[in-house]
Design a protein around this ligand. Structure first.
Ligand SMILES: *Cc1c(COP(=O)(O)O)cnc(C)c1O
Length: 454
């Protein structure tokens, strides 16, 4: 038997982030101003983000050097381990080889600190005192709290009210790293007060929390805003994961046929897959990269490619992306981190150009996959992450039927130890199979009056 664990040493942490925009045959279309619907330049983002991140957002340079201070913090958990899933392979009785890259070893338990640390660093460099953000399930809020704490920045997190009450330990985690956490909607912002006036018992939503965090950042010169997914620079920071994975696969003497990541806004999927897509584009490999999304929020598999807002209220620039419409309200499934109506611009263009694939699963199939994974490999995956496991199992079963042994790589991007209430609900039989209907999708898309992409 080969080694179960494929490890790299500290000096093999990547020195650069990989910017796939440089290699894309069709470059992403520009963002549009929400009012005039004219293309906007990078300067429009200046009130919200530090200059260096804005430069990265529009950069077409192939590699961007990772600052030493950032690499130094990465050393707390990077390079992250890769494992061969012998237990899962055996349970599935498949000829496929399954590997997983595990980013749940980070301090906050997911891939999100890979970008949180970089974002906090550039804000600190540019004299920012305070960063605001929103969080749904709490994974992004805790990653940013950890990063801000390291650089001695204040961190204000607007946490969707229903999650604030359902996930008290994520809040405590953020408080431990010194962050202030507010149950959104709050009465601290115009946006929050407006919602509360209409509905004092509003459970909140990611869209509302974004509006609150953005408003706070726009109000004060010493305060900026940070986003944990979707944007180009965020996806690029995550490519440390895939660059390590390329080396680890080489070390294992293998090359994946299929690379899989769960899909919310695209950051962990980009992280694991972009360095492999680079190989497809440059070296002629034919690695299938599959984004795995919930059947209840299927923007990649059933949405449309057009301009839409990033938030519910319509304050953000219009972005060219796969979307279910910014008014789409996903069912309250347990994979909170995947309940977003849109997809990152770069990943959307790659899907449009058929350089990546997408698939979906209902939540019961995902929890079943998560439990099997936990029983055979030990780690309990985050509810979001179980989607990638479900896709891997589907592909491994296909290998069995067809009698071919492919190599599958899963991004196990987070653990589920703060999400056990979701597993409890699954065991209690409280979760239902849920798929959004075509009528629901069409009705929602019919409301869109944003520009189509022609
Ligand atoms: C946030 C999160 C996701 C979804 O966001 P992406 O940007 O698509 O990666 C998925 N899995 C985990 C563990 C997360 O924390």
């Amino acid at each position: 038997m080969q080694n179960r664990k494929i490890l790299l040493s500290e000096n093999e942490i990547p020195t650069h982030w990989y910017n796939i925009v440089h290699d894309m045959p069709n470059k992403p279309l520009p963002p549009l101003h929400p009012g005039t619907k004219e293309p906007i330049g990078p300067e429009a983002l200046a009130p919200l983000f530090p200059m260096e991140l804005i430069k990265q957002e529009v950069s077409t340079e192939k590699y961007i050097e990772i600052p030493d201070e950032v690499r130094d913090i990465y050393k707390l958990w990077r390079p992250s381990p890769m494992y061969r899933a012998y237990g899962l392979e055996k349970a599935l009785d498949t000829p496929a080889k399954i590997y997983y890259k595990y980013d749940g070893v980070s301090p906050s338990g997911s891939h999100k600190p890979n970008t949180a640390v970089a974002q906090a660093y550039y804000n600190k460099q540019e004299g920012v005192k305070r960063i605001t953000t929103e969080t749904g399930a709490g994974q992004w809020g805790s990653a940013l709290s950890f990063a801000c704490n390291h650089f001695d920045l204040e961190c204000e997190v607007y946490m969707v009210k229903i999650s604030y009450h359902q996930k008290p330990y994520r809040k405590v985690m953020m408080n431990t790293w010194g962050a202030k956490v507010f149950a959104s909607p709050t009465n601290l912002t115009e946006a929050g007060r407006k919602i509360l006036a209409e509905d004092p018992d509003s459970p909140g939503s990611l869209g509302i929390a974004i509006s609150e965090a953005v408003e706070r950042a726009a109000m004060a010169d010493d305060t900026k805003y940070a986003l944990g997914s979707v944007l180009n620079h965020v996806l690029m920071h995550q490519t440390v994961v895939g660059q390590e994975a390329v080396k680890q696969m080489e070390k294992a003497g293998d090359l994946p046929d299929i690379v899989i990541g769960p899909f919310g806004g695209g950051s962990n999927f980009a992280g694991i897959s972009f360095p492999f897509i680079r190989m497809n584009l440059e070296e002629g490999t034919n690695i299938r990269c599959i984004a795995s999304e919930p059947a209840s929020c299927p923007k990649l598999t059933r949405g449309v490619f057009r301009y839409d807002f990033g938030d519910t209220v319509g304050m953000t620039p219009l972005l060219p992306m796969y979307t279910l419409g910014h008014n789409f309200v996903p069912a309250p499934i347990h994979a909170g981190g995947l309940r977003y109506h849109g997809a990152g611009v770069v990943v959307s263009q790659l899907l449009k150009d058929q350089l990546i694939e997408a698939t979906s699963h209902d939540q019961l199939e995902c929890f079943e996959a998560g439990v099997l994974f936990a029983q055979k490999e030990g780690i309990i995956p985050a509810p979001e992450t179980t989607h990638a496991v479900a896709t891997a199992i589907r592909e491994a079963n296909k290998c069995k039927e067809e009698g071919v042994g492919k190599t599958i790589l899963i991004h196990l991007c987070g653990h589920g130890y703060f999400d056990l209430a979701a597993y409890e609900n699954y065991f209690a039989g409280n979760l239902v199979k849920h798929e959004v209907t075509t009528a629901e999708i069409e009705a929602n898309l019919a409301q869109l009056d944003t520009p189509e992409i022609g």
